[in-house]
Design a protein around this ligand. Sequence first.
Ligand SMILES: Nc1ncnc2c1ncn2[C@@H]1O[C@H](COP(=O)(O)OP(=O)(O)OP(=O)(O)O)[C@@H](O)[C@H]1O
Length: 258
Amino acid sequence: MLKAENLSVIYPGSDKPALSNVDLSFEQGEFVCVLGQSGAGKSTLIRCMNGLQKATEGEMFWDGSPLSKIDDKQLRTVRKETGMIFQHFNLVPRLSVFQNVLTGLFGSRNNFRNAFGLFSDEEKEMARQVIGNVGLENEIGRRVENLSGGQKQRVGIARALLQQPKVFLGDEPVASLDPGTAAHIFNLLQEIHFSHNLLTIINVHDVNLAKHYATRVLALKEGKVIFDGKPEEFTDEYYHLTYNSAQKKQQFSVVSKR
Ligand SMILES: Nc1ncnc2c1ncn2[C@@H]1O[C@H](COP(=O)(O)OP(=O)(O)OP(=O)(O)O)[C@@H](O)[C@H]1O
């Protein structure tokens, strides 16, 4: 489904690669959690997967198509089939849950219909359904600025789901949430993952969440993959946990295997 071949990214003005000669392949049905310290290259990898970030060297393939060589129409299809969820939700605060979720259709429609917010009855019904799937049916008319963080992320998930994606990508989707809410969001993501047979790839800082929910764990360090395997094989040989008393939370750092 997704394949990185010798993928490297060097940002302009930087002498250090954000990703360095990464070879990876992902199949439908995998729930992958990507771990790594800040700056390890997790977001860059996720952004390469839907063509938001171009490779400096090597290639990312989507169902066999090289992302750096496909035309705009093919890229729109890739984006439509990729549901993205973000740390800061990327919602329109003054719009309702319903309106925010409908924006999930923008990527696959022409600009005229987007500009006038024209949605068919069928599209509106699908939006109601996905809002129900994430448990927000009673909040459908509320402005998202009045929702909790966990509810906002549910709106983000419903918006992604409306695209009927094959792939779900999450760039630190629970980093702004408390641990209890983060676990609820992961439960929801897991349920959606299995019921829709998705390929789900999520960046996360919390090693326990990753090991609990993932079918496969990847760990990055300085742009390189230093672990790729089953969650139970990702033992504390690969990471350190320290307690940050100022932030009142555990901090995680990836180390190369000793
Ligand atoms: N737009 C950019 N321009 C220049 N350098 C960048 C850019 N985006 C990221 N980088 C650099 O590339 C490296 C990898 O960054 P990336 O955001 O992929 O890491 P990350 O693991 O997602 O970090 P975090 O957990 O803090 O989000 C870092 O050194 C970062 O400073």
